[in-house]
Design a protein around this ligand. Structure first.
Ligand code: MG
Length: 417
């Protein structure tokens, strides 16, 4: 066994509180994020960090099952690792794309630590020292303990956006929609535009709109300073059809999340902007490969957020650092979190940007006390159903959706399931 082979994979589920429950088209983040922190240890004692989501559930057992596949695997052999656990036809039975992502993060972290260089230096070298972020505005339930944090009306949304802008310096604003009837969300979006003149805006209902609603919503915002219109409808063909009726660049993090879909989009050009997610694509390196294809096709990319603590945020920063065609401010859920598991506490925004870490590897360390505290919180609260709405028991989303939440309903739902 050589020094750089994998000896152990440890996975620890953690629950970190959010300021308030975040609502989305499929349900909500129930006042917290559940993430699985991964530590890969090599024969010579280096430890690399990874992180994975999982829709509110713990992924510990899935990582434990991979130890047998990767014990003795050299962390430098990244392409071989991809083939070992993400073979495309074997993946029909065992899809491990997101697990692979967390392991790739950890292996890159180890390689960077061993060589004494930041991960972005392994991936082409930084073109950007800082990555700009959008405000990522959600409709929110009030926190049931404090009664604070509700975002439901246009007035609350504008106040929330102004507060985040004042605190973090955001110059672009993304509204996560698909919760309330389109007419209400249109009123909210236009109120944002009026309150933040000249600033970039984007609307993302996660494919929940009918074609008819997407046409009318899109036409009703064409006069605004839109960065793009993100996943208004679901599917490559419906998105392409929408282009005949709406003159706003279309973006996705949903229907182009692998190379087969990237090829399909290249042939039909349904979508203009690909939002690259280091988890959905299976790692930082696949995102860079995809960005290269997009560069060749004359397409811009951005960095997507699937919910992150500081480890995954570091992967997003190292990705953003090396992309020549990063055309827009990145997304992050990060500022909705009350804390983090990394040493020194949460990374800070300055002028709407976060500095790419300079330290070796991903450039973040675990805070063992925080890890233990938030592991204990996971044990206490358990997972949560990401694709259910605590305020509407029994409801589940159709595609397109046909039962919107009531914008006049100010009730605060309980959050334990
Ligand atoms: Mg999206």
């Amino acid at each position: 066994m050589s020094a750089t082979t994998i000896r152990r994979i440890r996975a620890t589920p953690v629950t970190v509180p959010l300021e308030a429950p975040l609502r989305h088209s499929n349900g909500a983040h129930w006042g917290r994020f559940v993430r699985t922190v991964v530590e890969v240890e090599t024969a010579d004692g280096y430890v690399g960090l990874g992180e994975m989501g999982g829709g509110g559930e713990d992924a510990t057992r899935a990582f434990a099952a991979l130890e047998g596949y990767l014990s003795g695997h050299d962390v430098f052999a990244l392409e071989a690792m991809r083939l070992k656990i993400c073979n495309p036809t074997a993946s029909l039975y065992n899809n491990r794309t997101q697990l692979h992502a967390a392991l790739e993060f950890a292996c890159l972290d180890i390689i960077g630590r061993k060589l004494g260089v930041p991960v972005c230096d392994l991936l082409g070298g930084r073109l950007n020292d800082r990555v700009a972020f959008a405000s990522y505005l959600f409709f929110r339930y009030a926190d049931p303990q404090t009664g604070r944090g509700e975002v439901r009306t246009a007035e609350q949304l504008v106040a929330h956006a102004r507060e985040l802008k004042a605190k973090h310096g955001f110059g672009s604003h993304k509204l996560k929609g698909g919760v309330f009837p389109p007419a209400h969300e249109l009123e909210c979006y236009r109120a944002l535009a009026q309150a933040l003149p000249g600033e970039g805006l984007r609307y993302d209902p996660n494919g929940a709109l009918s074609f008819d609603d997407a046409v009318h919503f899109g036409r009703a915002i064409e006069d605004l300073r839109n960065d793009y219109y993100e996943d208004p409808v679901y599917g490559i063909a419906p998105m392409k059809a929408l282009r005949d009726f709406v003159r706003i660049p279309l973006a996705t993090n949903t229907i182009v999340v692998n190379f087969e879909q990237l090829a399909a989009n290249a042939m039909s050009r349904a979508v203009d902007v690909i939002l690259l997610d280091t988890t959905f694509w299976g790692g930082i390196r696949p995102c860079i490969k995809a960005a290269g294809v997009c560069e060749t096709l004359g397409m811009q990319v951005a960095v997507h957020s699937s919910g992150e603590l500081g480890i995954q945020l570091a992967t997003m920063l190292h990705l953003g650092a090396v992309l020549p065609n990063l055309g827009y401010a990145a997304d992050a859920h990060y500022h909705h979190l009350a804390d983090d598991v990394i040493a020194g506490g949460p990374m800070r925004y300055e002028g709407g940007t976060i500095r790419v870490p300079d330290g070796p590897g991903l450039g973040v360390e675990l805070d063992r006390d925080r890890l233990a505290r938030y592991h204990e919180l996971f044990r206490e609260l358990g997972g949560y159903p990401y694709d259910r709405d605590p305020g509407r028991p029994g409801w589940f989303a159709h595609v397109p959706n046909r039962a919107w939440a009531d914008p006049d309903d100010a009730r605060i739902p309980p959050l334990r399931r």
